[in-house]
Ligand binder design. Structure first.
Ligand code: SF4
Length: 245
């Protein structure tokens, strides 16, 4: 039996959350020129990054993002494709009711709780906000099922606030690129706001998610096809460990 490959020093520790991937703990803050170059490069290959969730209004965006917690965008789109044909406003959602909503979203994880939240948030939007989703952080986060991450995605997607919602992809890619080295999503978000140049902030969230989803994947990141591989401090270690594709 082959002896296991030694884990390089930089990869010796992993933050306690969002594991399932080799996540290095590098020095921080990173070199400013390198960070600038990373985002310039990502901008060149993805000039107009967008969410992959389908929506047609702030209301359908909030519902789609709330449904996407611990579910893939593909699975949410499959469900909302049918759902939004019958209920794309708070009024129609309330008319559908919780029991009527459940069959549309039953293929998504945690659907019972999500159905309860979507109905409750629709009632609040209708009764307290005149049927329009409130587009400020405080009121958004006061809606059932809408936490800081969901509010950040909504505000960023609608161009209201440059926000970075740290999901598993953003967390992993930020660590591998040395943009952050903190152990919690909240701290990683704060570090990203410190190091990402202002001009790149509005799109940084999308670039990091899409790069993590398609290239810098949790298992076997596609380092040989990565447009920022020459700027990535983790690549040599991942290659040495036989982890990089
Ligand atoms: S070189 Fe590899 S580890 Fe670094 S960002 Fe690219 S895919 Fe991720």
């Amino acid at each position: 039996m082959k002896p296991p490959k030694a884990r390089p020093k930089a990869l010796a520790k992993r933050p306690a959350v969002m594991t399932g991937a080799f996540i290095p703990v590098l020095g921080w803050p990173p070199d400013e020129d390198r960070v600038e170059a990373v985002f310039e490069r990502l901008c060149r290959v993805m000039p107009e990054p967008k969410t992959e969730l389908n929506f047609s209004s702030p209301y359908t965006l909030v519902v789609a993002v709330a449904l996407s917690a611990q579910a893939t965008d593909v699975s949410v789109n499959k469900a909302t494709d049918r759902l939004f044909r019958v209920a794309d406003t708070p009024e129609k959602m309330l008319a559908l009711g919780e029991e009527g909503l459940v069959p549309y979203i039953a293929s998504i994880g945690l659907y019972r709780g999500k159905a309860r939240n979507v109905i409750a948030l629709s009632r609040i939007v209708l009764e307290q906000h005149g049927g329009e989703v409130p587009l400020n952080r405080a009121d958004l986060q006061a809606l059932p099922g809408v936490g800081r991450k969901t509010a950040s995605v909504v505000l960023n997607e609608l161009g209201i606030e440059a926000a970075i919602a740290v999901d598993t992809h953003v967390f992993r890619v930020s660590h591998r690129l040395g943009l952050a080295n903190a152990a919690t999503p909240e701290k990683v978000e704060a570090q990203l706001f410190r190091v990402v140049p202002e001009q790149w902030l509005p799109k940084a969230h999308h670039w990091l998610i899409l790069h993590g989803r398609y290239t810098c994947t949790a298992r076997r990141p596609k380092c040989s096809a990565c447009v920022i591989s020459d700027l990535c401090p983790s690549r040599p270690d991942l290659v040495a460990m036989g982890e990089a594709a």
